[in-house]
Design a protein around this ligand. Sequence first.
Ligand SMILES: *[C@@H]1O[C@H](CO)[C@@H](O)[C@H](O)[C@H]1NC(C)=O
Ligand SMILES: *[C@@H]1O[C@H](CO)[C@@H](O)[C@H](O)[C@H]1NC(C)=O
Ligand SMILES: *[C@@H]1O[C@H](CO)[C@@H](O)[C@H](O)[C@H]1NC(C)=O
Ligand SMILES: *[C@@H]1O[C@H](CO)[C@@H](O)[C@H](O)[C@H]1NC(C)=O
Ligand SMILES: *[C@@H]1O[C@H](CO)[C@@H](O)[C@H](O)[C@H]1NC(C)=O
Ligand SMILES: *[C@@H]1O[C@H](CO)[C@@H](O)[C@H](O)[C@H]1NC(C)=O
Ligand SMILES: *[C@@H]1O[C@H](CO)[C@@H](O)[C@H](O)[C@H]1NC(C)=O
Ligand SMILES: *[C@@H]1O[C@H](CO)[C@@H](O)[C@H](O)[C@H]1NC(C)=O
Ligand SMILES: *[C@@H]1O[C@H](CO)[C@@H](O)[C@H](O)[C@H]1NC(C)=O
Length: 896
Amino acid sequence: MIPHIKEPQNEWDDTELNYQYQEVKKIKWYHNILLNRPLKVAIVFLLLTIVSPIVLYRFVFFTSLSLPPSDGYSVGSCVISREARLPCGVGFMTESECHTHCCFDRNLHMCYHRIPSRFSYIMNQPWTEYTTLQPRIATVPFSFQNSLPKIKLSINEQSTTHMVLTFYNSRNISIVGNRTFNTEYSYEVSSPELNVIVNATQGTIFDMARGPLIASNNIWEIAFKLTNESMYGLGEIPLKTNTTKVLYNNDRSFSSIPLIYAKINNNFHGLLIDVSDPTEISIRADNQIVLRSITNFGFKFHLFSGPEPKKIMQDVMKLIGHNKRLEYWMLGIHICNELPEMDLSSFISNATNGNMPYDSHCGHEPIVFNSNQCKNSEISNIDRVNAGASLVRNARKKFVPHVSPYIRYINEETNETMSKETENLEINEEEIIESCKIIPTFNDIMYRSQINSELYKGIINDYEVLYPSYDVNSENFMDILWAYNTELDGIILENNWPLDHTNNTFDDIDLYLPYFSENFEDAFKNTPKWNLSLVNSSELYLFKHIKYGNNFANAFSKKTNNTPISSSSLWMNGRFAINRQNIDVSWTNLHRELIATAIGGISGSWLWSSPICGDTKNYDPETQASLCIKWYLAATYFPLLKIHSKDIPRHPLAFNGTHKAIITQALNRRLGLLPYFYTTLQEGPLLRPMFYQFPSSAALHDINSQFSVGENLLIVPNLQPFQSHVHIWLPPGTWYELWGGLKLEGSEGDPVTIATTEADFLTLIRGGSILIYQKEARLTAEETRLLIPFSAIIALECIKTNYTENCHASGKLYVTPEMTLFLEANEKNITITAEGNDFDPICDINTGTWAYDFEYFNVYGLYKEYNNYDNYREVRRFTDLCRLEYDSEIVIDLLQ
Ligand SMILES: *[C@@H]1O[C@H](CO)[C@@H](O)[C@H](O)[C@H]1NC(C)=O
Ligand SMILES: *[C@@H]1O[C@H](CO)[C@@H](O)[C@H](O)[C@H]1NC(C)=O
Ligand SMILES: *[C@@H]1O[C@H](CO)[C@@H](O)[C@H](O)[C@H]1NC(C)=O
Ligand SMILES: *[C@@H]1O[C@H](CO)[C@@H](O)[C@H](O)[C@H]1NC(C)=O
Ligand SMILES: *[C@@H]1O[C@H](CO)[C@@H](O)[C@H](O)[C@H]1NC(C)=O
Ligand SMILES: *[C@@H]1O[C@H](CO)[C@@H](O)[C@H](O)[C@H]1NC(C)=O
Ligand SMILES: *[C@@H]1O[C@H](CO)[C@@H](O)[C@H](O)[C@H]1NC(C)=O
Ligand SMILES: *[C@@H]1O[C@H](CO)[C@@H](O)[C@H](O)[C@H]1NC(C)=O
Ligand SMILES: *[C@@H]1O[C@H](CO)[C@@H](O)[C@H](O)[C@H]1NC(C)=O
């Protein structure tokens, strides 16, 4: 029961400014003040005018304020600076719409929460897993709906660095968290008014700060803080005030899992927002994070105490799973052409004649299933898909088709003429055709309109489509859907948030949802209508939308067993590679792709594919060619890449002269760097933000214009048109320009400016590392790996002592799980050793997949007299790695 006390406590800061709500309505607030408390008000006014107009500006009056709470709990103050106010309900509204337990600012027409907020939950005993929490206020500020009468908080200590907070509606379920010894975090749940604070060694890492916790039908809201310093994530480095993101997969959503990195001093912690219902995340002033979710379950958060970003990533990957299927060719170059009137065989022969490197092609066009999908149906696309696959295969490339989840609806009635033609078929065959038709056989798993139970038909381009629900047990369904008898090397799942071009209107949605903002509206566009459902279920589509992409990917992975899958719109899922799509060509988007890839990588999606030069129709080859070139140069360092031409070609053959030469060189260089990428991706992400790679260098944390590539390389892309210089902020250690060996002078955090040209892409190598790469390339990643000898760039890190200088560098090459080569160098010699015994991939002439030899060794950082080029010494020495089968090491003299 709620305890009562008679008088409100005296702790009101704003006593003078409280009046009965009703009175305020009739009279202007200053009249009210003057009439009631002339003296005090005069003093207040005097102070205000003298003290500062800034104070006036920041705190301008809220008025109204209402009923002191009768329950004896905290009163809450309305004196909150404008920026720091959290909207109560939708925020901007009229006074009568503003809940009486909120504050109202008449100048701005802003309804906002008190601090502490009165919308919170209370308990009549100290918190345990079993304690029922009751709402302090019976109604919520959203449409004055009733608060949920009973919720619970469960805290699960999943590991010493990972805890889970679940605020949930306890009507039907009960969650009991586990306890762990020696956790690196401690938490405090206060009572009777709920507030949660979590501390770790670095400080307070989660604090509800007595902000609102609102729970009602189809709307939950919570506010909390993670830090007073910078945050990173949700596709942003850093995550700035006023950013709003919506969790509801759509054609523009940010793809990575909703993980926020936050820092305190140079320590990091992480918060993963584990909700599968539509959710709006706003970052407000003072680093307050406000979540509003269209949910009836509640909120689940994972909190990771770090304190290194790497530790957070590892904990996240334990949760979301990890893609263990990296094959070398996947790092190569993938092409898909959706060009009107393009002939695939002509493209392939042009590519072959032009020595264009690529590894895979998607065939004639992306696959869309038909509702009369049938192995022996005349009108399905099966023969065409199979034929495309053969063309690609015959060119010795991989076949990696693109597949969408929806099913093209083919209206049989309008095709009567055709059915009549086939009437002379034997009855047997007709039966077969009938039974393998998707409609009506699988009618029950298609989404339908709730109103009339008719199959819902969305619109894609100019045809109608159906949306199957892939979460129902669907093996038989998948067998019929995937009627192509060709083998797959890989598959790319696209448009699977899923896409729908139907012009959605949201006029009626307010009747059902108490909170629906413009941000939601943007996200809900181009997705199937929110209130669909399945035939045997009352659950609305909008609650299943976020998992749609996952379900589609899971259905495919069951069907195709071992085929590598990349997919757009995954949810909390690290088991598949990420396919980015719908990227328009612009400098901003190039920058966003780099940031998104880096954030995605450290959130656990190491295999992240981004389309070079975008993949939409918005590309102008006349004016945007130089941007496209820079994009190709940047893509050298993307973990996975795709060249996807929609309507306007942007594959290398679409370029001319020097442009084409630069592009080909960039692609070849990528193929040559793959040994390093492949090694790096065994144990970490490829592209990394500064704060992840250099957590102890505070000056670098917020920099989003340079990225680490593995541990040893740093790229500084051009991000503006006609840019003739780039600026680098030097990380700790020694850095050399990658291909020329020029040592950058400066100390940690110093800005350095370097001139660039159209064909340049500034890349640095860390002193102390050895880069193993291949100087040239063949037409695929696998051919390059096998046929081009390795070379090494040895970037020395030297430590001067009184008499001498000691230099060192090391590197490695991952070959197979049972075989890794290690290279160690000093200023005189380099030593190669092998760990493991699996020499066949290198040394077996028939089955080998790797080159067996080293050719060039370039040494950076020697005294000038040893250099035989401007800034480095090059030593050419053919070295047969197979000697390691018998010798324990190979030593090469670098100064000879
Ligand atoms: C607690 O641990 C048990 C046993 O390891 C596990 O089955 C259960 O799911 C855990 N509970 C939670 C809430 O994770
Ligand atoms: C967390 O840290 C703050 C400030 O250091 C301290 O006041 C509070 O008591 C701590 N809470 C817990 C649960 O350790
Ligand atoms: C956030 O938005 C508000 C209102 O649009 C604006 O006054 C404020 O300056 C913005 N804050 C930041 C940090 O951009
Ligand atoms: C291949 O090259 C020929 C001759 O240059 C050209 O006519 C044709 O359009 C090209 N095909 C494709 C698909 O680009
Ligand atoms: C009827 O069949 C033809 C192929 O014979 C197909 O191109 C057309 O799209 C079908 N019509 C409809 C409405 O689906
Ligand atoms: C949706 O509306 C826009 C503008 O109102 C229109 O151009 C477009 O054709 C419509 N699309 C469909 C599929 O009706
Ligand atoms: C290549 O250059 C030639 C002449 O400069 C021009 O006619 C042709 O259209 C160009 N091709 C492409 C694909 O830009
Ligand atoms: C190096 O020189 C410094 C002063 O120049 C001296 O203090 C130090 O002992 C010397 N170290 C060695 C190893 O000789
Ligand atoms: C390589 O160089 C180091 C440092 O000069 C030296 O100690 C070592 O003996 C050399 N190794 C061989 C095999 O020459």
